[in-house]
Design a protein around this ligand. Structure first.
Ligand code: AMP
Length: 219
């Protein structure tokens, strides 16, 4: 099973994607997380990726596609979070899966108004422990103890690209490139849309339940 999470930065692709993984016993492949890990380790890939990510730009396709395919070689049932982000990436994914006799099962599009996204993303904090990767929000989902991860006790940090200026840049990039993917996957008959009200209590549970229901219809 291959599930794609679509949506602008800060819509909750990571959080909802991980919940979907738990429900269907899938692996979670998040390109942003992989890039951040490579940047932390200062690998060759990380140093190149950082130049783009710190400006809110997309990492070039030739780097991203081969990186994802090498990860997918080792995985069968996956939630793809943050990939594809361009039509070219989507076409390459389709061909790659076809070569394995597989196909995309469903595309979950998380829809949140831009102004809500800037508010939510600029107050996002994440666990510094990569193994954990939990995400919190000082306004909407604060940790029990300030600055400390509820799950593993590691310090919580702000992502470098979650500054309001960079968020706006990332939203521009999203609208220019990734939005075309919505149309692409609607035409492929794979996409379903979830409108999210970030101010609703239990937003995570409500969104996960809707996603699981729709995925079940398409399995
Ligand atoms: P994310 O954690 O998904 O918001 O990704 C953080 C940043 O990593 C993005 O703003 C891009 O700079 C880069 N990135 C993540 N996924 C991709 C992708 N599929 N293609 C190109 N760049 C990506």
């Amino acid at each position: 099973m291959y599930i794609i999470m679509l949506g602008a930065p800060g819509t909750g692709k990571g959080t909802i994607g991980k919940e979907i993984c738990k429900k269907f016993n899938l692996s979670h492949l998040a390109t942003g997380d992989i890039f951040r890990e490579e940047i932390k380790k200062q690998t060759e890939l990380g140093i190149i990726a950082d130049k783009y990510i710190s400006k809110g730009q997309l990492v070039p396709d030739e780097i991203t596609i081969s990186m994802v395919e090498s990860k997918l070689d080792k995985l069968d049932d996956v939630v793809l979070d943050g990939y594809p982000r361009t039509i070219n990436q989507a076409e390459c994914l389709k061909k790659y899966l076809e070569s394995k006799g597989k196909s995309v099962t469903a595309v979950v599009n998380l829809d949140v108004p831009d102004e809500d996204l800037v508010t939510r993303t600029s107050s996002r904090i994440i666990c510094s422990n990569k193994e954990c990767g939990a995400s919190f929000n000082t306004k909407f989902m604060p940790p029990k103890q300030e600055g400390i991860c509820d799950k593993c006790g590691s310090p919580l940090i702000k992502r470098k690209d979650d500054e309001p200026e960079t968020i706006r840049q990332r939203l521009d990039v999203y609208h220019k490139n990734t939005e075309k993917l919505i149309e692409y996957y609607v035409n492929e008959g794979l996409l379903f849309n979830i409108n999210i009200d970030i101010y609703c209590e239990n937003v995570k549970e409500v969104t996960t339940a809707k996603a699981v229901e729709e995925i079940n219809k398409r399995r």
